[in-house]
Design a protein around this ligand. Structure first.
Ligand SMILES: [Zn+2]
Ligand SMILES: [Zn+2]
Length: 185
């Protein structure tokens, strides 16, 4: 690789400084995939063991629908949703209790939990993705059931002229305090 692709000539020998290479793979996953594909193409190499070793070295996540690899579960998830029409992974970690399983904030509905987990740079979702301790993942059938309930609630809300289902209760943080402005009645 180092000797065959000019872009990699400037890199140190992978035996001397593997960290420099893993850094490059993590920072430029797309470019790295292109480079790997180039070398596979040039050599029409049938043996993929080399690629597997590299994938192991940086803990790349492999798409379960095609052979694309990604530096993180998150990147792999957005690829699967965009390319393979897979449901957003957050749905598998939001059950009917409407409580965030990471920060234990209790929301008014499951949809609010999903919004909380799907928010850009959601710390709770990052925790689910990176945690060594696996969070309980719902089954496909459970997610389908919960999605159907959410869809029905959304439909009912639309019929009544609201864009989102009514909040049934106020958001409450794990410490018991209510989030947002208190409604005085
Ligand atoms: Zn894929
Ligand atoms: Zn949370």
């Amino acid at each position: 690789m180092k000797d065959r692709i000019s872009e990699c000539e400037k890199m140190p020998d992978p035996d001397d400084d593997p960290a420099c290479w893993t850094e490059f793979m993590k920072k430029n996953p797309r470019r790295w995939n292109e480079l790997v594909n180039m070398i596979m193409f040039h050599e029409s190499c049938c043996d993929s063991s080399g690629v597997k070793i590299l994938a192991h070295a940086v803990d790349l996540v492999m798409c379960s629908h095609c052979d694309a690899t990604f530096p993180s579960k998150k990147a792999c998830g957005s690829h699967a949703r965009a390319k393979h029409g897979v449901r957003c992974d957050q749905r598998y970690y939001a059950d009917g209790s409407a409580t965030c399983l990471v920060c234990a904030t209790s929301f008014s509905s499951r949809l609010r939990v999903l919004a909380h987990l799907c928010r850009k740079n959601s710390a709770c979702w990052a925790a689910v993705c990176s945690s060594k301790r696996p969070f309980r993942r719902l089954t496909d059938s459970k997610v389908a059931e919960l999605d159907a309930i959410d869809a029905a609630a959304r439909l009912a809300a639309q019929r009544e002229g609201r864009s989102t289902p009514l909040a049934l209760r106020q958001r409450r943080r794990a410490n018991g305090n209510f989030a947002g402005r208190a409604i005085l009645g």
